[in-house]
Design a protein around this ligand. Structure first.
Ligand SMILES: Cc1cc2nc3c(=O)[nH]c(=O)nc-3n(C[C@H](O)[C@H](O)[C@H](O)COP(=O)(O)OP(=O)(O)OC[C@H]3O[C@@H](n4cnc5c(N)ncnc54)[C@H](O)[C@@H]3O)c2cc1C
Length: 449
C-alpha cells in the first residue's frame, strides 16, 4: 500500500516533499525549546492547489497536518502533538501592493519584515509590529491574531485583514481576496480564521490594510517607582498625547537580564522598579510634544528620549526581553490580559503567590501596558511542576482577565481554556471545528484537548 509520503510526492511533486532527517528535525521544536513533535515529512507547497492536495491526502490517510509559518509562536501551536505532516508556508510568497488604496495582497508565507520592506518604498507599513518580524509570517500572524507593540494605535491583526484565501479542513477552498471595506454577504471568513491557530484551515493568501509610515517619531524611556504610576502616565497619554503609538512596561528583573546581553549601556544610574517606554509618532516633529508631555507628569523619577532612527536604541531594551530570557533557560511563558485598573492588584497577588510558594522561581514581567497585556515569564520552575501556571491562570480568571492575550492557546494552555470560556462556549467552538474540519486532521491537540 502507498504510504502518505509517497502519495504526497506523487501528487504534488518530490521537490515539495522534504524527508531529509536533519531538515525535517529543524521544524520539530518550537521557538521556546519547550515543545517537540514528530513528522513524516515537511511539505513546502508553492500554491493553493498544492495546499489543497496536501489537505486531501492528510484526510485520506488520516494523518494530522500542522501548518507552520515562521515557527515563532510561543505556545507550541506549530509543533505537532501527534506524528504529522508539517505544511511549511514559506514558499507561499508574493507581494502585490495597491499604493492608492493602501492594500497588499500577500502570500501567507511572507514575513512581516519582507512585507514592510516592500511597503516602505511607498511610505506604507503594516499596522501590527512585533519583535519576531524577521521570521513571523503574515499567515501565522493572522492564525494567531497577533497583537504586538502598536495595538494601542492600529488594533491587532484582525483589524488589518480585508481578504483571505484558505483551504479548510474539509478540503474546500474559500477565496475573498477583493479587499472590500464593506461586504456583508454571509459569514466573515477573515474573522472566523483569525485566531484559529491552524485548526480550521490553512491560510494561503491575504489582503491586508496598510497604514502610512509616520514621518517622525519620538520615544521616551521613563523610570518610575510603581505600576500605579505607570498606569497614571498611560491614562494621561491616552488623553493628551495625540500621536501615542506604543506604551510598553518592563520590570527590573527583565532590564537586568537585557543588561547582561551587553548590547548597550543602561541609560540611568539605577535600574528602577518599573520602566515605561512611550512612543509618539506623526507627521510633524514629536520630540517637543513628548518632552512637554513628560514635563507635565508628577511621578517620573527619570527619563531619556530619542527621536526617529535613534529611537530604536531605546526600543532595544524592550525588544531584547524575549531573547534575554531564552538565554537564561526555558521559561514558562504566560501571556495574560487583565482589566487595566486591576493590573497593580493582580501583580501584587502574583508576587505574594511566588514569594510564598515558589521562592526559587524568577519572574520577569513586561508587556503592552496600553492593552492590559502582561507577559509573565517564569524562570527556574521545577521540572514537572504543572501547578504553577494553573494557579496563575485561575488568579487571572478571578480578575476577569484572559489566559491568552495575544499568543493563542496552542498546546501550552489547552487544559486551561475552561477557566475563561464556558462549556457552552467551548462546545460551540468545537461545533465550528467539526463543521470545517470533520476528520479533525488540522492541528489536533491544539486549542482543544
Ligand atoms: C521575539 C518574539 C517576540 C514576539 N512578540 C510578539 C508580540 O509582540 N505579539 C504577538 O502577538 N506575538 C508575538 N510573538 C509570537 C509570534 O511571533 C506570533 O504568534 C506570530 O504571529 C507567529 O507567526 P509565525 O509565522 O511564526 O507562526 P507559527 O509559529 O509558525 O505558527 C503559529 C500558529 O499559527 C498556525 N499557522 C501558521 N501559519 C498558518 C497558516 N498559513 N494557516 C493556518 N495556520 C497557520 C500554526 O499552526 C500555529 O498554530 C513573539 C515571538 C517572538 C519569538
Amino acid at each position: 500500500m502507498t504510504d502518505i509520503v509517497t502519495a504526497l510526492a506523487e501528487t504534488i511533486g518530490e521537490k515539495s516533499v522534504v524527508t531529509d532527517h536533519d531538515i525535517v528535525s529543524s521544524y520539530l521544536t518550537d521557538w521556546t525549546g519547550r515543545f517537540r513533535g514528530e513528522a513524516f515529512c515537511v511539505v513546502r507547497p508553492v500554491n493553493s492547489k498544492q495546499v489543497r492536495d496536501t489537505v486531501d491526502l492528510a484526510k485520506r490517510f488520516d494523518v494530522p497536518l500542522v501548518a507552520q509559518g515562521g515557527n515563532t509562536g510561543l505556545v507550541g501551536g506549530a509543533t505537532p502533538v501527534k506524528k504529522a505532516i508539517i505544511l511549511s508556508t514559506k514558499l507561499l510568497s508574493g507581494i502585490e501592493l495597491d499604493h492608492d488604496l493602501q492594500l497588499a495582497k500577500v502570500g501567507a508565507g511572507v514575513t512581516l519584515s519582507a512585507l514592510n520592506a516592500e511597503a516602505q518604498k511607498a511610505g506604507l507599513k503594516l499596522g501590527v509590529d512585533l519583535a519576531s518580524r524577521d521570521s513571523a509570517t503574515v499567515g501565522g500572524m493572522v492564525a494567531t491574531n497577533a497583537g504586538g507593540i502598536h495595538v494601542i494605535r492600529y488594533g491587532g491583526m484582525r483589524r488589518q485583514v480585508l481578504g483571505i484565501e484558505a483551504v479548510l479542513g474539509n478540503g474546500r477552498l474559500i477565496s475573498r481576496m477583493e479587499g472590500l471595506e464593506k461586504d456583508n454577504s454571509g459569514f466573515d471568513w477573515p474573522s472566523i480564521l483569525c485566531g484559529s491557530e491552524g485548526t480550521l484551515g490553512v491560510i494561503t493568501q491575504l489582503t491586508l490594510k496598510l497604514v502610512s509610515v509616520p514621518r517622525h517619531r519620538a520615544v521616551a524611556l521613563v523610570a518610575l517607582h510603581t505600576l500605579s504610576a505607570a498606569l497614571a502616565v498611560m491614562t494621561e497619554a491616552r488623553r493628551r498625547l495625540g500621536g501615542l503609538s506604543a506604551m510598553e512596561f518592563m520590570t527590573s528583573n527583565g532590564i537586568e537580564l537585557v543588561s547582561n546581553l551587553d548590547g548597550a549601556p543602561w541609560p540611568f544610574n539605577n535600574i528602577p522598579s518599573i520602566s515605561l517606554l512611550v512612543e509618539a509618532a506623526g507627521e510633524d516633529d514629536q520630540m517637543e510634544k513628548l518632552a512637554y508631555f513628560l514635563d507635565s507628569l508628577e511621578d517620573v523619577v527619570d527619563a531619556v528620549m530619542a527621536g526617529d532612527s535613534a529611537a530604536d536604541g531605546l526600543w532595544y531594551w524592550r525588544e531584547s526581553h524575549t531573547l534575554a530570557i531564552s538565554r537564561k533557560g526555558v521559561a514558562r511563558k504566560l501571556d495574560v490580559s487583565i482589566p487595566i485598573r486591576a493590573i497593580p492588584a493582580f501583580v501584587d497577588d502574583l508576587t505574594h503567590l511566588l514569594e510564598n510558594d515558589y521562592q526559587q522561581v524568577k519572574p520577569i514581567l513586561f508587556g503592552h501596558l496600553g492593552d492590559g497585556n502582561i507577559h509573565v515569564n517564569l524562570l527556574d520552575v521545577a521540572e514537572g511542576d504543572t501547578g504553577i501556571e494553573h494557579r496563575i491562570y485561575k488568579m487571572v480568571s478571578t480578575y476577569g482577565g484572559s489566559i491568552s492575550a495575544e499568543h493563542g492557546i496552542g498546546r501550552a494552555k489547552v487544559n486551561e481554556l475552561a477557566l475563561t470560556r464556558s462549556q457552552d462556549d467551548i462546545e460551540s467552538m468545537k461545533s465550528v471545528k467539526s463543521a470545517l474540519d470533520p476528520a479533525s486532521v488540522l492541528n489536533p491537540g491544539v486549542l482543544f484537548v
